[in-house]
Write a protein of this length. Sequence first.
Length: 344
Amino acid sequence: MKIGIVGATGYGGVELFRLLSSHPSIQSITLYSSSQAGENVNEIYSHLNTIQDQLQPLEPEHMKEELDVIFLATPAGVSSELTPDLIGKKAKVIDLSGDLRLLSQDSYKQWYKKEAAPDSVVQQAVYGLPEWNRSAIKSAKVIANPGCFPTAALLGLGPLINERLLDPSRIIIDAKTGVSGAGKNPSAITHFAHTQENLQIYKVNQHQHIPEIEQQLTIWNEAVSPVTFSTHLIPMTRGIMATMYGELTKDVSAQQLHDCYQAYYGEHPFIRVRKQGQYPSTKDVYASNYCDMAIAVDERTQRVTIVSVIDNLMKGAASQAVQNMNLVMGIEETTGLLHVPVYP
Ligand SMILES: NC(=O)C1=CN([C@@H]2O[C@H](COP(=O)(O)OP(=O)(O)OC[C@H]3O[C@@H](n4cnc5c(N)ncnc54)[C@H](OP(=O)(O)O)[C@@H]3O)[C@@H](O)[C@H]2O)C=CC1
Ligand SMILES: CC(=O)N[C@@H](CCC(=O)OP(=O)(O)O)C(=O)O
């Protein structure tokens, strides 16, 4: 397969390169840059010291004929403009940004404060959450790779929402992320001196992932009302922990809930449901495509706590995109992704 990575100089792009460069089905990888075409990638990233690939300028007409898969690891507002020019007979497009995830253009404009992609493109895009959307992904032309927080939250909530075991009007998602989630360009908020030994809540009730989470929860159960979703920045490089709270609609035991999660995810190799009483931490999934989760019930309050951890750059972005590539190209889903997490 011939692969193109747009936004190759960013964190998501460089992580895609790392994964794809050892993927057994890949014949070539072309790296595209809108700002540094002509430069060698090893001049930008010293950890790629021995890689001799020159960054290429974007040429959509050529790319859509020559490449089998094009990854767009670009900021919001780019793929909405670029994707229409890349859709052709050959190339499959996998977009890591939020541009193609929301079915409603009005919702995109409201939350992203940008012009939405053309409706025809948005309607073609399949939401790339493989554990829940595998068959649609397999026949997609365009894949909207989920956001990092929605991946952690939706994987954690999916079984309970689908089984109608959670009160759909009272869902709370409390999430924490590492700093690489903000991409490679530092800001006053992500600056080392401000971030280290600090804990910050941000985008309170305004996070652009709120409509994405609600959209999928509502597809699963149309009774779901707006959720409370909070995000916090933690002084670590990678990782997301999403802790979800809700109220049970039925009197079910912790064992029954655990069995429900095992039944949903038993055949999904990247979801690891913990034994009762054991809880995952972000290091358990560091640099891997795993999502580890656990569920607990407080018998005094009948409230349930679900905790779900991912690596934001991996299952939250690049490795999930490779999982989607495998599915859409008819390759075994786990190819190139089964390495164990990096520890410590
Ligand atoms: N970081 C994360 O954990 C996650 C990120 N995402 C999403 O994935 C996308 C990439 O994120 P990330 O890699 O972190 O971001 P970065 O900011 O690290 O990199 C984005 C890259 O996009 C390229 N770019 C910028 N402007 C343009 C443009 N106008 N046209 C084409 N390319 C452009 C730049 O490369 P160049 O100048 O070389 O073209 C830049 O290196 C974003 O939409 C992000 O929201 C999703 C899930 C998780
Ligand atoms: C730490 C940090 O800032 N994280 C980003 C992650 C979102 C992201 O990656 O953007 P899209 O999924 O919308 O493309 C944020 O919370 O906005």
